[in-house]
Ligand binder design. Structure first.
Ligand code: HGA
Length: 608
C-alpha cells in the first residue's frame, strides 16, 4: 500500500526522497509526491501515475530544502489524480498518510462548516486541516498533533511538516507501519519499512501501535499512545542498501519465480534437522500437544497457502482446522476454543485485515502463530510463535516465492503438530524430512518447463474466461492459479474443486474457455480425470498439468499438456505452483500487461 518516507536532513533531500520512493513503489504506484520546506514556505511536486512522472516534474522544477516528506499512493478515497496525490497541505502544514481515516466524512463536514476549503477528495486531507487549524490558532505543533490524533478513527501512518518549524517532522502510527531510522551524521528518517530507508541507514526503531514521534535536528522523542515518553529498541535492519534489481530477468516476478529453489532451501534449512532427520520449529518447546483446534486466517495467496495447510494439519495431525479470509473472520463472531492455536499468514506481516484478525484472536485467548516473510513486522512482534519464511524481499506484486516458502514452513508445522499429537512415527518423520529436502531440486526441475509453457501461453492469452480445477491440495492451487492469472493478465479466471464443477460452473464450458486441470498422478487422479472428461465432453479445451504417468494416462484430447517431474504428494503443491505461476506470467507478457505493477493492485495491503 502507500509508501511513506521523511527526512530531517543536513543537505537537500528531494533526490533521496525520490530514491526512497523508488524502493517503495511496489507498495503503490498510482501517483506520488514530495514536499519540502525552504525559503519559509511549504513547496510540493506531485504527479499522477508512475514515479517517472514525478521524476520529470522534479527535473524540470527542482525542489530545494533539507527537510521533506514523500509518498507513493495506492488510492482508497478519491481517484488517482494529481490533486488527490499526497502530500496534502495547507499554508501551515503538509502531510503524507498511509491508511484510512474512517470518520473523515463528519470531520470534513465539521471543518467545512468552519469555512475550511478542501482541494482533494481524499480522507487524508481532513488531518491536514485539523492540524493546520490548531497551528493557525497558535497551538504548538506537538500539542496540535497530540490533540488531533485521538480524533482520527481507522488506521494511519503519518508524517507531518510545519512551515514555521523548519527543523521539525512529526510522525505517528496506528494500524499502519512506520519505522524511525537514525543516520550516522545526525540525520533522522521516517519510512514505511526498513527497505525504504536501507540506503540511508540500517539503524531502525519500529514504532509501536499508537506511538508518535517528534523529530528535530537534535534527535527523536517517541511518545506512546498515552503520550508518555518511551524508548523503542534500535535494531540493525540488515536490509541491503543496494537498489533491488531484476538481475537478468525481464520482470521481478520472473526473477522471483526462479529464486524459488534457493529460497525454499533457505527456508527449509531453519526447519529441517537433516542429520537428526527431524522437523523442528524455531521455538522447540512451544506446546503443540495440547492444541485441539487450529484457526487459520489470511488473505489472497497466503490464504491459499493456509488452505493447503488445512489439508496437511487434518491429514497428518488429525487436528480440526477452521479456515477464514481475514476480512470475514473478525466480523463473523468466530467461535474459538480456549487455548486453541490461531495461525496467521502474511508475506509482509503488516496486512491490515490479517493483523486485525490476529488481535481479535489474541483477545479471545488464542495462542498466536504467524508465518511471515518480514521477521521485524508487526505481526511477527505480536506472535507467540514466529515462523519466518526466508524468501527475501518480494517486489513483484503477484506473490510467488513467498507462497512456496509459506508452504515449506506450513509443511514443517504440520509435521511438528503431528509429532506433538503422537501421530507421527520416527520413520514417518524421516520420510517427511527426505521429501521436503527434495523440494528445491524438484522446483528446479519444474523451472525447466518455462520455455514450453511460454510456447503454449497464447492458447490462454486469447481467452476471455479461464477455469482452473484441482482436488485435494491441488484445489487451493487451482484457486491460486486463477488468482495469479486475474492479477497480472486481467483475464477473468476462477478456481474450482474439480468435483464441484458439475454443480454449476460446468454451464460455462464451451470451446472458448480453456480449463487448466492440475492433477499429479496419485489417489485423486482418476476422480479429477473424470471431471476433466466431463469438460471435454462439452467441447471444453483442457490444459493438463500432471506428471509423465498422468499425461500418458489422460493427455490425449487435451489442448496442451505440461509434464512435471514426478514428486511425492507432500511437495506437489510447492512444485506445481511453478507451472501455474509461469503460465500466468507468460500469458500476461503475451498480453503486454504491466506484470510487476498490475493495475489497481499494490503490495503489502495495509488498509482494511
Ligand atoms: N486513504 C489515503 C491513503 C491510502 C493508502 O494508504 N493506501 O495504502 C488515500 O486514499 O489517499
Amino acid at each position: 500500500m502507500c509508501g511513506i518516507i521523511g527526512i530531517v536532513g543536513r543537505e537537500d533531500v528531494a533526490d533521496r526522497l525520490l530514491d526512497g520512493l523508488k524502493r517503495l513503489e511496489y507498495r503503490g504506484y498510482d501517483s506520488a509526491g514530495i514536499a519540502t520546506l525552504h525559503s519559509g514556505i511549504i513547496d510540493r511536486r506531485r504527479a499522477e501515475g508512475k514515479l517517472v512522472n514525478l521524476g520529470k516534474e522534479l527535473s524540470s522544477d527542482p525542489l530545494p530544502g533539507s527537510i521533506g516528506i514523500a509518498h507513493t499512493r495506492w488510492a482508497t478515497h478519491g481517484a488517482p489524480t494529481t490533486s488527490n496525490a499526497h502530500p496534502h497541505a495547507t499554508d501551515e502544514v503538509a502531510l503524507v498518510h498511509n491508511g484510512i481515516i474512517e470518520n473523515f466524512k463528519p470531520l470534513r463536514e465539521e471543518l467545512q462548516g468552519r469555512g475550511r476549503v478542501f482541494t482533494s477528495e481524499t480522507d487524508t486531507e481532513v488531518v491536514a486541516h485539523l492540524v493546520s487549524e490548531a497551528i493557525e490558532a497558535g497551538v504548538l505543533p506537538e500539542e496540535a498533533v497530540k490533540a488531533v490524533l485521538p480524533r482520527l478513527h481507522g488506521a494511519f501512518a503519518l508524517a507531518i511538516l510545519f512551515r514555521q518549524h523548519p527543523d521539525l517532522l512529526i510522525g505517528a502510527r496506528l494500524g499502519s507501519p512506520l519505522v524511525l531510522g537514525y543516520g550516522d551524521d545526525g540525520e533522522t528518517y521516517l519510512g514505511s519499512d526498513a527497505l525504504a530507508l536501507a540506503p540511508l541507514t540500517q539503524k531502525i526503531a519500529y514504532l509501536e501501535e499508537g506511538d508518535w514521534v517528534v523529530i528535530t535536528r537534535e534527535g527523536a522523542k517517541i511518545f506512546d499512545k498515552d503520550n508518555v515518553p518511551v524508548e523503542r529498541p534500535v535494531t540493525l535492519s540488515g536490509v541491503s542498501g543496494a537498489m533491488i534489481d531484476k538481475g537478468n530477468h525481464r520482470h521481478f516476478m520472473l526473477k522471483e519465480i526462479y529464486e524459488q529453489p534457493v529460497v525454499v532451501a533457505q527456508t527449509l534449512k531453519s526447519y529441517l534437522q537433516r542429520m537428526e532427520e527431524r522437523v523442528t520449529l524455531p521455538i522447540p518447546d512451544f506446546d503443540l500437544g495440547s492444541i485441539r483446534r487450529v484457526t487459520i486466517v489470511a488473505c489472497g495467496t497466503s490464504f491459499y497457502a493456509g488452505m493447503v495447510a488445512k489439508y496437511w494439519f487434518e491429514q497428518f495431525a488429525r487436528v480440526a482446522v477452521d479456515l477464514d479470509v481475514a476480512s470475514e473472520f473478525r466480523y463473523r463472531t468466530p467461535v474459538m476454543e480456549e487455548g486453541g492455536l490461531a495461525l496467521f499468514i502474511s508475506q509482509s506481516g503488516e496486512t491490515a485485515d490479517t493483523l486485525a484478525a490476529l488481535r481479535h484472536a489474541k483477545n479471545e485467548g488464542q495462542k498466536i502463530a504467524v508465518v511471515v516473510n518480514v521477521p521485524t513486522s508487526t505481526m511477527a512482534r505480536e506472535a507467540d510463535l514466529l515462523l519466518p519464511t526466508h524468501a527475501g524481499p518480494e517486489i513483484g506484486v503477484a506473490s510467488t516465492k513467498a507462497f512456496t516458502c509459506q508452504l515449506a514452513v506450513l509443511a514443517a508445522l504440520a509435521a511438528n503438530l503431528a509429532r506433538a499429537k503422537g501421530r507421527l512415527s520416527a520413520a514417518e518423520e524421516k520420510d517427511i524430512v527426505r521429501h521436503l529436502a527434495e523440494a528445491p531440486a524438484a522446483l528446479n526441475a519444474a523451472l525447466a518447463y518455462d520455455e514450453m509453457i511460454e510456447g503454449m501461453a497464447h492458447h490462454v492469452a486469447a481467452a476471455r474466461d479461464v477455469l482452473y480445477l484441482g482436488r485435494g491440495t491441488d484445489y487451493p492451487l487451482a484457486l491460486e492459479g486463477a488468482l495469479k492469472l486475474k492479477e497480472i493478465s486481467y483475464i477473468h479466471a476462477e478456481g474450482y474443486a474439480a468435483g464441484e464443477m458439475k454443480h454449476g460452473p460446468i454451464a460455462l464450458i464451451d470451446d472458448a474457455v480453456p480449463v487448466i486441470v492440475i492433477a499429479p498422478s496419485g489417489p485423486l487422479f482418476d476422480k479429477t480425470v473424470s471431471n476433466m472428461q466431463e469438460v471435454q465432453a462439452r467441447g471444453g479445451k483442457v490444459v493438463l498439468i500432471s506428471d509423465y504417468d498422468g499425461v500418458q494416462a489422460a493427455g490425449d484430447g487435451c489442448l496442451a499438456t505440461i509434464t512435471m517431474p514426478k514428486v511425492h504428494p507432500l511437495i506437489a503443491p510447492l512444485v506445481y505452483a511453478v507451472p501455474v505461476q509461469l503460465l500466468a506470467y507468460h500469458v500476461a507478457v503475451a498480453k503486454g500487461t504491466d506484470v510487476d505493477q498490475p493495475r489497481n493492485l499494490a503490495k503489502s495491503v495495509t488498509v482494511e
